[in-house]
Design a protein around this ligand. Structure first.
Ligand code: ATR
Length: 484
C-alpha cells in the first residue's frame, strides 16, 4: 500500500541498492518511509517493484520529500560519498527547518563528517554521520549501525534505527557511538578490521592450498568445521561457500578462475593512514591493505615471476597434514586476535584525540550481528571489556591470554613453516612480530635513538636517570645533559 496522506517518520534520499534496501527495511518494520532519488526513475522503480511491502511516500522533488516528513524531520542520505553527499546535504539544509536531523548513512571519511556536522549545526539543523555495515543484505534485513552526532539526535533517532537494525539475543545492533565523526570513525576501523580478518583467512587458505596441496572443496570442508568452534563467524562461513563453489562456465573450482587481484574502496586504506597519523600500530590492517595492493600489481608480479627470483625453499621433510591444519587454525585465530586488539587500540586513540568517549563494549555488542565481521568471538571481546573497560590491550584480557597459551607455539610453527615453504603470510608473520615486540623487555629503539643522536643530535633519554642527553659524537664523545 502506498500512502499519500500521512507523514513519514523517516526519509531516504538516494535509492541505489543500499538506499532502496534500507528504505524497504524501514517499511517492513512498520515505519512510513519517504523516498526520493535525484533521477525519478529509481523512485518509480522502487514503488513499482516493492511499493506493496509497506508504507512509502515517494517524491520527485526534494521540497516535496521534505514536506512529506513529520517533525523533527529525519532524512538518511544514501548517495555516493564525497561531492554528491555534500550536494544533498546543502539541498536538505535549505529545505529543512531548525531541529531537523540529516543523517549521512554512507561510508564518509570521519573528518568530512566532523566538518559537515559543524556546517549543518551552524544552520540550526542536526547532522548525524552513521556507519552502516552489512552490505546489501544487511541494509535489507538488519544492518549494524554506528551513528555519531549529537546525543539529542539519538534520543529521536534511536528507536527508529533500532527498529531496522540486526538483533542479537534481544539487543539491537545499534547505539550512539559518540559526537560528530565518532560513528564514521568506528565504521572505518570496523572495515579495516574486516580487511585483516579476510586476509588472515586468505593466508590460511594459501597454506592449505599450496603448502598441503589440498583442493578447494576439501578446504571448504575444513572451514566448515572451523566455523563450529572459536572461529565461528560470517566470514568463515562464506569462505566455505566460496571455496565449495564451482565455476558455472567451466566446472573448475570458482576460486581458481577468479583473477587474484583484490579490489578495495578505500576504508581499509583510511584505517591504516589514520593508524600512522595517531601513532597506533595497526600492522595487521596495514599489511592487509598492502597485500591487496600487491595482489593488484599485476605487471610487477608477472615480471617477478618471469625474472626467476630465487625461492630458496627449505625442505623440512614435509609436515603432518592433520597437525598442520590445526596449527594453521590456531595461527589464524591468534592473528585475528591481534587485528582486533590493534583495531580497538586505534578506536581508543581516535576517541582520546577527538574527545568522543567511545565505549569499546558498545562496539563489541553492536558488531555481533548485521555486519561483515559478526562473530561469536565478539561476545568474548565484550566480556573482556565488561571485566575491565580500561584494558591496556585486548590480548591482555585473562581469557585471551589463556587462549594465547594454546595458540602461541602453533602460530610460531606456522610462520616458520610458511617461511620455509616460501609462502607469503604477511599478517600472520607481522602480527607475530607485533606480539613479540610488545613482549620484548628491550627493543632496538635504544639503538635507533643512538643513531638519531649521532647523525642529527636528536638527543636521548636514559634508563638510569631523568633528563635529556647527547653524546658529543664528532669531538670527545663526552655526555652532556641538554635540558640541565
Ligand atoms: P551504489 O554503489 O549502491 O550504486 P552509489 O554509487 O554510492 O550507489 O550512489 C548512487 C546514488 O547516488 C544514486 O542514487 C545517485 O542518484 P541518481 O540515481 O540520480 O544517479 C546518487 N547521486 C549521485 N550523485 C548525486 C548528486 N550529485 N545529487 C544527488 N544524488 C546523487
Amino acid at each position: 500500500m502506498t500512502e499519500t496522506k500521512n507523514l513519514a517518520s523517516i526519509g531516504v534520499v538516494g535509492l541505489a541498492v543500499m538506499g532502496s534496501n534500507l528504505a524497504r527495511n524501514f517499511a517492513h518494520n512498520g515505519n512510513t518511509v519517504a523516498v526520493y532519488n535525484r533521477s525519478p526513475e529509481k523512485t518509480r522503480a522502487l514503488i513499482a517493484d516493492h511499493g506493496d511491502e509497506g508504507s512509502f511516500i515517494p517524491s520527485e522533488t526534494i521540497e516535496d520529500f521534505v514536506a512529506s516528513l513529520e517533525r523533527p524531520r529525519k532524512a538518511i542520505i544514501m548517495v555516493q560519498a564525497g561531492k554528491a553527499t555534500d550536494a544533498v546535504i546543502s539541498q536538505l539544509v535549505e529545505a529543512m527547518d531548525e531541529g531537523d536531523i540529516i543523517i549521512d548513512g554512507g561510508n564518509s571519511l570521519y573528518t568530512d563528517t566532523i566538518r559537515r556536522e559543524k556546517e549543518v549545526a551552524a544552520k540550526g539543523r542536526h547532522f548525524v554521520g552513521a556507519g552502516i555495515s552489512g552490505g546489501e543484505e544487511g541494509a535489507l534485513n538488519g544492518p549494524s549501525i554506528m551513528p555519531g552526532g549529537p546525543k539529542e539526535s539519538w534520543e529521536t533517532l534511536g528507536p527508529i534505527l533500532e527498529s531496522i537494525a540486526a538483533n542479537v539475543d534481544g539487543t539491537p545492533c545499534v547505539t550512539h557511538i559518540g559526537p560528530d565523526g565518532a560513528g564514521h570513525f568506528v565504521k572505518m576501523v570496523h572495515n579495516g578490521i574486516e580487511y585483516a580478518d579476510m586476509q588472515v583467512i586468505g593466508e590460511a587458505y594459501q597454506l592449505l592450498r599450496y603448502g598441503l596441496n589440498l583442493e578447494p572443496a576439501a578446504i571448504a570442508d575444513i572451514f566448515r568445521e572451523w566455523n563450529q568452534g572459536d572461529l565461528d563467524s560470517y566470514l568463515i562461513e562464506i569462505t566455505a561457500e566460496v571455496l565449495a563453489q564451482k565455476d558455472p562456465a567451466t566446472g573448475a573450482p570458482l576460486v581458481d578462475v577468479i583473477l587474484d587481484a583484490a579490489g578495495q574502496k578505500g576504508t581499509g586504506r583510511w584505517t591504516a593512514i589514520n593508524g600512522l597519523e595517531l601513532g597506533t600500530p595497526v600492522t595487521a590492517i596495514a599489511e592487509a591493505v598492502f597485500a591487496r595492493g600487491l595482489s593488484s600489481a599485476t605487471a610487477q608480479r608477472a615480471a617477478a615471476q618471469e625474472g626467476g627470483l630465487p625461492a630458496g625453499i627449505i625442505d623440512d621433510g614435509g609436515v603432518d597434514p592433520d597437525e598442520f591444519v590445526e596449527d594453521v587454525r590456531r595461527a589464524l585465530y591468534a592473528s585475528k586476535l591481534i587485528a582486533y586488539s590493534q583495531g580497538f587500540d586505534e578506536i581508543k586513540a581516535g576517541s582520546d584525540q577527538y574527545g568522543w568517549d567511545v565505549d569499546p563494549r558498545d562496539l563489541a555488542t553492536i558488531w555481533r550481528g548485521g555486519c561483515i565481521i559478526r562473530a561469536k568471538f565478539l561476545n568474548r571481546i565484550r566480556e573482556a571489556y565488561d571485566t575491565n573497560p580500561e584494558l591496556p590491550a585486548l590480548i591482555l584480557d585473562p581469557y585471551f591470554k589463556g587462549e594465547l597459551e594454546d595458540l602461541i607455539q602453533p602460530w610460531r610453527r606456522v610462520v616458520a613453516a610458511a617461511t620455509h615453504m616460501g609462502l607469503p603470510v604477511p599478517v600472520f608473520a607481522s602480527s607475530l612480530s607485533y606480539y613479540d615486540s610488545l613482549r620484548a623487555e628491550r627493543l632496538p629503539a635504544a639503538l635507533i635513538q643512538g643513531q638519531r643522536d649521532f647523525f642529527g643530535a636528536h638527543t636521548f633519554k636514559r634508563t638510569d636517570r631523568e633528563g635529556t642527553f647527547h653524546i658529543e659524537w664528532s669531538t670527545d664523545r663526552s655526555l652532556t645533559q641538554t635540558d640541565a
